[in-house]
Design a protein. Structure first.
Length: 211
């Protein structure tokens, strides 16, 4: 069973105010990731020994920026992979999360993860290519380790509702990605917050996106 460090446990309990039951469900998810990892390589091998920090906490740090709309808004997670951040956000309380993932094996895992975590009713596992999928009219689009920002915004055009916004996890190249997106003609307002997990990464919030 994947162990949770005391600082990470305290962060979930104090900063996010999660219940014991929610922590238990996240623990089941962490164990499932480790169980499936040898079969379909759903997370990087170097991070599989610390799923709680590298994946669960990394995903959960988006929650404070989402919780105000999570009960009534639609969250679309691009390239969900192992379900980070989409499954985590559903466990934390998001009521309508669409996980878009074209890889069949990963969608099988996502369905099992949603079942184990008790969030099948809050999630839709969409096995389709983002550029070809039915427009989703998202209030928020999330993504983690998915695509460079210009490509992500291009894909997001068909799925983001007017007035919607992006909440993204980005790594050390985030400033270059912002410059590339602007050079490609995109306009937006950006806010960044230092990542709790990646010392060089950020939580990036984009609003008013247009081209």
């Amino acid at each position: 069973m994947q162990s949770i460090s005391e600082p990470v446990k305290t962060w979930f309990e104090t900063d996010l105010n999660v219940s014991r039951e929610t922590l238990d469900r996240l623990g089941l998810y962490a164990d499932l990731v480790v169980k499936w990892q040898p079969r379909i390589n759903i997370v990087g091998a170097s991070t599989a020994d610390d799923v709680w920090t590298r994946h669960l906490q990394d995903s959960a740090q988006l929650w404070p920026y989402l919780k105000d709309i999570a009960s009534s808004g639609k969250i679309v997670d691009f390239g969900s992979g192992a379900g980070f951040p989409g499954i985590v956000l559903a466990v934390l309380g998001a009521n309508d999360v669409i996980l878009m993932e074209s890889n069949t094996k990963k969608t099988i895992f996502l369905t099992e993860a949603a079942r184990v975590c008790g969030v099948l009713g809050q999630t839709e596992i969409a096995r389709e290519r983002i550029e070809a999928g039915v427009p989703r009219n998202a209030d928020v689009i999330t993504a983690r380790a998915f695509a460079p920002l210009p490509k992500l915004l291009e894909l997001g055009q068909r799925h983001l509702k007017p007035g919607g916004h992006y909440i993204l996890l980005k790594g050390r190249a985030f400033e270059d990605e912002l410059a590339e997106a602007r050079a490609a003609g995109w306009t937006f307002t950006v806010t960044t917050h230092a990542s709790l997990v990646d010392p060089e990464g950020v939580v990036m919030i984009l609003q008013g996106v247009d081209r």
